[in-house]
Design a protein around this ligand. Structure first.
Ligand code: ADP
Length: 499
């Protein structure tokens, strides 16, 4: 195998420290750094959302504004850049019409906005005279790129040596739009027409195109990679994933050990480590005070931090909340934002149990770190979980995870066995309230055994969830993609739409 350093361009919608709604941003913040550490030239391209402060991040213009083909006309892109520590170069695509807004997603023109990002990113590379070995696309926002490379860019010598890798961070968000997006992407219809079953008729499914056309596909944990081959987890694409399983891999995410470190975290009240976790009790007191809950060292404090969506198991919590709170002694702190339905549900719980439950309905990264540091246990009863970072961050901060055994949660949390002194948390299998209740009862009962609990907490803190091992696996993946590049698609193949 060719061992020369690789040139990799990552295209994504989110990246820490610039823009974040969930784990995708954490991965983009940490993986490029780890790959740079292995000697590869990894660069990232994302939108310059209006809230990304040019001065604070030292953004400077690198190219003259240039036209990007869009919707049978053009739109103008400017490219700004900055360099992060470890030499990760980040390019920002600037266009006030598309990105000068308060949020990241959920706009009626999201298809246009991300088509523009990707097309501008590809055109930028040519202008920078920087042909990449790999274009690494993340989630539906960037999933049309593998499609383009085998169609509209297929005869372009600039991309002749480029392979595509498509990472699915969450199969549930697919980017489904009407046929109008074909015109926006400026493509002839035949080049875009989906094979049978790829999307409902007259709908364009971005995710499906990434899965279908990428040289290599991966998702963010080995267990999720096998779960999505089944109808239960496949979100309508299990058939396609089974067809392409020889190109499908699962690589566990890591967490950024510099950001998430209880020994140095600037946002927490007291620093501690696996060698001496005792100062953690100060973080617990501080969190109880911040949450307006009674400050008591003995009461177990459970934390939850998540997007408030159906995926995260809040409905299970709702099923058992009353019997749980009425019969067991604990406090609960929740940080999250999302579906209105869950905002109401959690606010109602706080109203009915004001000395037991505190809910922060906001997005606040420093507060998240105080919750990881201040809680005794961390709850993630997810319906499905591609990888999950919360449980890993929690373990790093000595907050013992209670999780459903699915996806990356199954790969990272081992069931605690008090009799053997092994394991790192509490797990349950079936997606039902009783199974969750049983796991919580077990965790709370074990909390009373202070010495054994201390050992459990330290075992979690000593796990290695850094990016090092996973970054090496990504390099293997890139080399596989280069070795097995997909053949360009002959237009005739899609002249007739099957089905
Ligand atoms: P997902 O990517 O599905 O949202 P992950 O567990 O992979 O879930 O990653 C979630 C990341 O977002 C973690 O870093 C978590 O701490 C963070 N996070 C989620 N909700 C919030 C919030 N309301 N405030 C601050 N951080 C949050």
């Amino acid at each position: 195998m060719n061992e020369r350093p690789l040139r990799v361009l990552m295209l994504a919608a989110e990246m820490v420290p610039f823009a974040k709604t969930g784990g995708l941003a954490d991965v983009l913040g940490a993986l490029p750094k780890a790959l740079r550490g292995l000697g590869h030239d990894v660069r990232v391209c994302l939108p310059r959302y209006g809230f990304i402060d040019k001065t604070r991040f030292g953004l400077r213009r690198v190219l003259e504004p240039f036209p990007v083909p869009m919707n049978s006309g053009t739109e103008v892109a400017e490219i700004l850049m900055t360099e992060l520590d470890r030499g990760v170069i980040v390019y920002f695509v600037e266009n006030a019409k598309f990105y000068d807004r308060e949020g990241i997603y959920m706009y009626p023109d999201d298809a246009d906005r991300f088509i523009f990002l990707c097309r501008a990113g590809l055109e930028m590379l040519r202008r920078l005279a920087w042909p990449p070995d790999i274009i690494h696309c993340h989630d539906w926002h960037t999933a049309l790129v593998p499609n383009w490379l085998v169609t509209i860019y297929r005869d372009d010598p600039f991309f002749a040596g480029t392979a595509t890798v498509y990472t699915v961070h969450n199969l549930a968000y697919q980017g489904v739009f009407g046929h109008r997006v074909l015109e926006i992407a400026g493509l002839a219809r035949y080049e875009f027409e989906a094979p049978a079953g790829l999307a409902p008729k007259h709908q364009i499914n971005f995710m499906g195109r990434g899965l279908f056309y990428a040289d290599v596909i991966n998702t963010v944990s080995p267990t999720y990679a096998s779960e999505i081959l089944t109808p239960e987890y496949g979100e309508g694409f299990d058939w396609l994933l089974r067809e392409r399983r020889d190109r499908l891999y699962g690589i566990l995410n890591g967490i950024d050990y510099e950001v998430f470190n209880p020994a140095t975290d600037p946002h927490i009240a007291a620093h501690y480590s696996a060698a001496d976790p005792t100062p953690k009790r100060i973080d617990k007191e501080a969190l109880q005070a911040e949450a307006g809950l009674p400050v008591t060292a003995e009461t177990p404090l459970i934390g939850m931090i998540a997007r408030l969506s159906d995926q995260k198991g809040f409905d299970l919590l709702a099923q058992i909340a009353d019997p749980l709170l009425q019969n067991l002694e604990f406090q609960l702190v929740v940080l999250g934002t999302g579906d209105e339905h869950y905002h109401r549900l959690l606010s109602d719980l706080q109203r009915r149990y004001p000395t037991r439950v505190k809910v922060f309905l906001t997005f606040n990264a420093p507060l998240a770190q105080r919750i990881y540091a201040g809680t005794d246990m961390f709850l993630m009863p997810s319906r499905f979980e591609p990888c999950g970072l919360g449980q890993m961050i929690a373990m790093r901060y000595g907050s013992v995870p209670i999780v459903r055994r699915t996806g990356g949660l199954a790969d990272t949390v081992q069931e605690y066995k008090p009799e053997c002194g092994t394991g790192t948390g509490f797990t349950f299998g079936p997606y039902d309230g009783l199974a969750l209740l049983t796991a919580l009862v077990k965790a709370l009962a074990n909390y009373a055994h202070r010495e054994a609990w201390g050992a459990l907490l330290r075992r979690g803190m000593s796990m290695d969830f850094s990016w090092q091992a996973s970054a090496e696996k990504y390099i293997d993946l890139y080399r596989r993609a280069l070795a097995g590049r997909r053949q360009p698609v002959a237009p005739a193949e899609f002249d007739e739409v099957p089905g």
